[in-house]
Design a protein around this ligand. Structure first.
Ligand code: ADP
Ligand code: MG
Length: 297
């Protein structure tokens, strides 16, 4: 996975400053995504998911750290380069279907908008729009307007719009948040098809913990930092398919890792612990010394 990285964020910070308040939305986040990967980022509300996705989309700039996407440095990019980046390098799908589509245009026209803006001739734009809509399983609804489509169908058109200019990266912020389970299933099926057939790198953000069954890797984000990672492994044995999920704790560049809260509570570990190197393992033990008590004299 380290060979062909598409996204590399290291020690990334985002601080929002309002009148008399600072909110640290990302605090030293590390993330690597390989070219052609289909992965998700999960986390509770307020954990920094949308902040991260907006940065990757070039819609917002980080406060500090490093962030490279497709070889472009998002911290030093000029505003002109940022506009080109947003137009060519990344497709974005919002949770609110209404934000992705123009209500008075039909499906084909919606997909044509970014193509025409990019100078693609009308006939070619129509052909590409139709092909894309077929790819997202909307070939039978080419001339329906958003209000004539279900939520899931609107999101599939939105995905086609996001991919119109052939971006190598597709970002989706809670794309199934407003859909029923059938609608969500089809949207995920479409993401997987696009990932496989077009080789598009896909990053989905969600608070749905069941996402692990749908993508190849899930990274959990907590308080503005990545904390754990789950890989989905599919094994074929004879005619049986076995799917397992292996969970890992992430170690950052400075060697920090997050020990699960329940482990710490179980061993009554606070503030400090002893770390010992064992045979093929590192052991974390409670600090055996009594709590510091201050004596006079
Ligand atoms: P998530 O998408 O995981 O719910 P967000 O990235 O939207 O989380 O928000 C992370 C934190 O940053 C939250 O505490 C949120 O209130 C804060 N935040 C997000 N956007 C802004 C903003 N534009 N101004 C100030 N604070 C913000
Ligand atoms: Mg969000």
């Amino acid at each position: 996975m380290t060979d062909d990285l598409y996204i590399r964020c290291e020690d990334l910070f985002k601080i929002y400053k309002t009148a008399n308040l600072e909110v640290v939305a990302l605090r030293g986040l590390d993330l690597k995504v390989a070219s052609g990967e289909f992965m998700a980022i999960v986390g509770a509300s307020g954990s920094g998911k949308s902040t991260l996705l907006n940065i990757l989309a070039g819609l917002d700039t980080p406060s500090a750290g490093r962030c490279f996407v497709g070889g472009e440095d998002l911290l030093t990019m000029s505003s002109g380069d940022m506009v080109r980046y947003r137009r060519k390098k990344v497709g974005f799908v919002w949770q609110q279907t209404g934000r992705n589509l123009v209500p008075y245009l039909d499906a084909v026209q919606n997909v044509e908008v970014p193509l025409v803006l990019d100078g693609v001739p009308a006939g070619e734009a129509r052909k590409r729009a139709t092909e894309l809509l077929e790819l997202v399983l909307m070939g039978h609804r080419l001339n329906h307007r958003p209000e004539q489509l279900s939520g899931g169908e609107q999101q599939r058109v939105s995905i086609a719009v996001a991919l119109a200019n052939r971006p190598p990266l597709l970002l989706a912020d809670e794309p199934t948040g407003e859909l029923d389970s059938v609608g969500a299933d089809t949207v995920y099926e479409v993401f997987r098809t696009l990932n496989r057939d077009l080789g598009t790198t896909i990053v989905i953000v969600t608070h749905d913990p069941d996402i692990a069954a749908r993508v190849d890797r899930v990274v959990a984000i907590r308080d503005g930092r990545t904390s754990t990672e789950v890989f989905r492994r599919v094994r074929f044995e004879g005619n049986k398919t076995e799917v397992t999920h292996d969970e890992y704790v992430l170690v950052d560049g400075a060697g920090r890792l997050q020990v699960p809260r329940e482990f710490l509570d179980r061993l009554n570990i606070h503030e400090r612990a002893r770390v010992l190197l064992g045979e093929g393992r590192i052991e974390v033990l409670p600090d055996g010394t009594p709590r510091v008590s201050r004596r006079d004299g």
